[in-house]
Write a protein that binds this ligand. Structure first.
Ligand code: SF4
Length: 458
């Protein structure tokens, strides 16, 4: 593979003004009905557990420790992904990409992430992926990496695999009881396999990453996104930033950081100060509700602090993004959050403040918006339609995702779960939040009065 020139790439992508469905028809479907550039050029890698996946939707799989000893590219080019590339070249659907197939099966006008995650690559790159031997090692263009799971939050839809605060909760208070749907295992054990190495211990996956980074990756990657845990609490993130401070002129890689942005003021200011040493810096944060409901869903969130910090970063000319995880509890105040963001955009001028993505929660299934009664879902559909048509200055991409969410709430009648069974999901919804309230000193009924009657009836 040629390494390509990031600037040429940017030009090529900026020239791509095709609407999403036209892009799919012209650049994906002409190759195969299941082709997706993310399988070749994008990866998420968890270095604490030695796991990887293509984008964040398919379930992660193990990286072979022996393979990375001599070839750090094996952090991404695993036998599993090579097999799935082969399937995509032949137009077969890899099972792990069910998230996309489910959206696409809603009808040809529905746009899945297969499109959004492929259109950042050039036509030449997509041709290479489709025509070359699926066994070949490919260089990454976009990478999301987690160094460890240290995190000061324990969000309701997260679990101990991604948060040390969740680990503490389970170790101190024991497993959640009486959960019976597919989401139960998230909350029954501390997921020790997610952090194979203790703080300060030698981690061969981290070693392989820095080896690959220093030799090739800093030349081929266009975007490196660091996730966690909470990356601002990870020593490895600051090691990477120090590399940029010393070698920033050698790399065109844009650095993006996923952060809950409820960090000490000193860390936020340190981030603001390193911006000048980096080719580019963006921060992806998360919220999908406002005030007390936001703090209920994302335990650890201090909404006012989060909101101040998003503005602080924007004012320091750092790109800010808000990744929403659309779940059963956020729909009531989601429009309020969107309106607050749009109001700030107006005040700042332009539409760069807090670019939004509306991601639909899949697991744990019992927290999906689809577990809500039809009458409540339809009420939210109407509110979302009003928001969508209010003449606000949305990005095209945001409108596409909002449309997708509206359709999803209307058309899909069951959560992404092979063992789908609504009574089981309702059981777990009630069991989980009853125990969550006690453990976290929260109150479902007073936080979500609009759901109280239904909740009590479960
Ligand atoms: S889940 Fe969708 S976007 Fe992700 S790799 Fe599969 S097809 Fe591509």
């Amino acid at each position: 593979m040629s390494e390509g020139n990031p600037n040429n790439h940017l030009e090529a992508v900026l020239q791509n003004t095709l609407p999403p469905n036209d892009f799919r028809r012209e650049h994906l479907d002409t190759r195969s009905a299941s082709f997706c550039g993310a399988k070749w050029y994008n990866a998420t890698i968890w270095l604490g557990s030695g796991m990887t996946t293509s984008c964040h939707h398919p379930l992660p799989h193990k990286i072979d420790l022996d393979a990375i000893k001599n070839n750090p590219k094996a952090l991404h080019n695993t036998p599993e992904k090579k097999q799935q590339r082969c399937q995509m070249q032949q137009g077969e659907r890899p099972k792990g990409c069910e998230y996309c197939w489910k959206i696409e099966d809603m009808g040809p006008e529905h746009v899945s992430d297969r499109v959004y995650k492929s259109w950042i690559y050039t036509n030449e790159e997509l041709t290479d992926a489709f025509t070359k031997d699926y066994n070949e090692d490919f260089d990454l263009r976009s990478l999301e990496i987690a160094f460890d799971r240290t995190c000061n939050f324990a969000c309701s839809y997260c679990n101990p695999a991604f948060s040390s605060t969740w680990v503490k909760d389970l170790k101190q208070k024991g497993a959640y009881q009486d959960l019976i749907s597919d989401g139960r295992n998230h909350f029954t054990h501390p997921h020790d396999s997610s952090q194979l190495f203790k703080y300060g211990e030698h981690n061969p996956y981290v070693e392989a990453f820095f080896k690959w980074w220093e030799t090739d990756l800093h030349k081929t990657l266009r975007q490196l996104r660091v996730t966690g845990g909470e990356p601002l609490m990870s020593a490895e993130l600051w090691k990477l930033i120090e590399w940029f401070e010393k070698n920033g002129d050698k790399s065109q890689t844009s650095l993006a950081i996923n952060s809950n942005l409820v960090a000490k003021k000193e860390l936020i200011e340190r981030l603001v100060n390193v911006k000048e040493h980096l080719p580019s810096l963006g921060v992806y944060t998360s919220a999908e509700a406002v005030d007390i409901p936001a703090e209920y869903i994302r335990d650890g969130m201090v909404f006012s602090q989060w909101w101040d910090n998003v503005q602080r970063l924007h004012e320091a000319d750092i790109d800010t993004h808000c990744m929403m995880t659309i779940n059963a509890l956020c729909l009531e105040t989601l429009p309020d959050l969107v309106q607050r963001i749009m109001q700030k955009r107006k005040e700042y001028g332009g539409n760069r403040f807090c670019v939004m993505s509306f991601n639909i929660l899949r697991f744990p299934s019992f927290q999906s918006a689809l577990v809500l009664p039809d009458s409540i879902k339809l009420k939210h559909v109407e509110k979302l339609k009003q928001l969508r048509n209010a003449g606000l200055d949305f990005h095209e991409f945001e409108l596409g995702q909002l449309d997708r969410l509206i359709e999803y709430l209307q058309v899909v009648d069951k959560p992404h779960s092979e063992g789908f069974d609504m009574p089981r999901l309702h059981n777990d919804f009630k069991q989980f939040y009853t125990q969550y309230d006690i453990r976290r000193n929260k109150n479902f009924a007073t936080t979500f009065p609009e759901l109280e009657e239904w909740y009590e009836s479960i």
